[in-house]
Structure formats: C-alpha cells, structure tokens
Design a protein around this ligand. Sequence first.
Ligand code: FES
Length: 208
Amino acid sequence: MRDVTIARSPVAEAGTTSPADLEALRAGGFTDVGSSADVPMLEGRSATVDGRRVAVFRLPTGFAATDAACPHKGGPLSDGLVADGCVTCPLHNWRLDLTTGEVKGDDTVVPIHDVVVAGGRLWVRIAAGAGAAPAPAPRVTAGAIGAAIAASPTGDANPFVATRRPASSPSASAAGGPPRRPSSTAGTPTPRSASEDPSPRSSSTAAA
Ligand code: FES
C-alpha cells in the first residue's frame, strides 16, 4: 500500500490520485465527504465524519475543516462568512481561525480536522484529541415559530421577530415617521424584509 502525504489544512489539490491512494486514505481514517467542486470559494459546507458534524471551507489557499457547531452556542459555522483565513459565526460573530483553531479575542481553541483533496473529492479525518463536538444550536423552523405564536397569550406574538408594532399602536405617519402605504395597496401582501426573516440560511451538505 502506498503512503499518502497528509498535510495539515488548509490544503490544496495535489495531483492525480490512484485507487491505491484512496485506499490508503480510508485506511488512514479519512472519510470522503463529497466533491471539492461543491464548496465554493470562501464558503463552507457541512458533512458527517465518524458521526461528528464538521464544516469544510474553501479558502484561497485550499480547504480547511473544523466542527460544524460553533464553540460558543452551537451556531452553524458552515453558514458563516469566510475571510482572511477565518470564519465568522452567523449567530454572534465569533471569529475562528481556520488554520490554528484559535477564536479571536478568546482563549477557546477549536479542533482543525485533517483535509485531503484527492481525485476531486474532499477527505476529512477528525483531528487527534479533538474531544467532544459542541452541540448545535436548535434551528428556528416555521414549525417552531408557529408553536411559539400559538402558545403566546394573544396568539399573535412572534418571539423571533425583534421589531413588531402592536396592532393598536399609532401609525408611523402620526408619530412623525415615514408615510403610510397608500390605501389602494393596503390589501397587497408586502415582501418581508431580510431583517424579519427568522430562518437561517440553508446549509447544503457536502457529504455524498
Ligand atoms: S453561537 Fe457562534 S458566536 Fe455565538
């Protein structure tokens, strides 16, 4: 069996790969998590390796992987913004260095898992001594919102929308705010603004 050089992430595609190389990867504890082409530049995708959810990112220098859940409160790191070798958690903006695992401004260090790109596929191995993965934050789903509204005393309170004017409040124009919508469009549904959309960005899975 041939040896395959395992580099610490981020790593770039390294030449062609033979079946013997792939077998060596499997034997070395790596899992094929999907096509490298499915991870766009400066984005992340989540996958499962040995029962553990991981997030794989494409950086200008190659690919890097860490746990899918943020060490703070389990935010979905694969949905985070990637820049300067770091991913920013979409929930509370913790910034994680994808090479060192350091959390900027904090003592926390997250595991950086091993990544190999072989034959156009991403292979990930859980870092030695990675410890337990953080628990993911619960997803805010339409069902959860509906249940919260149904359980509210008035039946219409939506705890996931930060700013919601009570039905009995004065109009914006009366309060000196922007003019109200013309009456001819009063019955027309209006698109929700992005700030009112409680659903997180969907995360596609890189796993095959
Ligand atoms: S859950 Fe990631 S910063 Fe809070």
